[in-house]
Every structure is written in C-alpha cells, then in structure tokens.
Design a protein. Structure first.
Length: 95
C-alpha cells in the first residue's frame, strides 16, 4: 500500500492527556472528553460522541501556566475531521 505525501504541519503538536468538557454551540449539555494532542492551531479530541465535522463547540480544559499554576481555559473550536471516537478541531479563539 502506497502512502500519500504528508503535508507539513503549520504548528508543532504536543502529546497530552488532558481531561476536558465540551458542548456544541447553543447547547447547555456538557460532554466529557480527553485532549490527546495540542498545538497553537488546534487539538485532537477523544470522546464517546465527538462533534461532527464543521460543528462549532465551546471547550473547557485546565492547563498548566508557565508559572506552574493550573488555569481553566474556555475556548471555541470547529471540527475539521472526525473518525470514530476522535476528532480534530481548530481553534476559533486565541488561547
């Protein structure tokens, strides 16, 4: 099986294991998930029911700051792809 040519990534990715919760824009129901990798441009999300392609979500996660303190971040993102229980999303708001 031949592999296609890989496109260089715009931003480097960092493997993570960060718990998160998200909801579709306009929804009040939060869904639990896990961020598998993270970059300046977006992230890979694992969830029982990840959002469909082109869906905009609000996501909350606790991230470690440069000072070593945990800080809750709430951001908007849009699904770029979805495969099974994983989805790739791009940030719509700056982190």
């Amino acid at each position: 099986m031949a592999l296609g040519k890989l496109t260089p990534r715009r931003f480097p990715r960092f493997a993570t294991d960060v718990a998160c919760r998200f909801r579709e824009e306009g929804s009040f129901q939060w869904v639990q998930g896990e961020i598998l990798n993270l970059s300046k441009g977006g992230f890979c999300l694992k969830a029982k029911h990840p959002p469909e392609r082109d869906v905009t979500i609000e996501i909350e996660m606790d991230l470690l700051t440069e000072k070593g303190e945990w800080q809750r971040r709430r951001l908007r993102a849009q699904t770029v792809w979805k495969r099974g229980k994983r989805a790739g999303l791009r940030f719509l708001t700056a982190g």
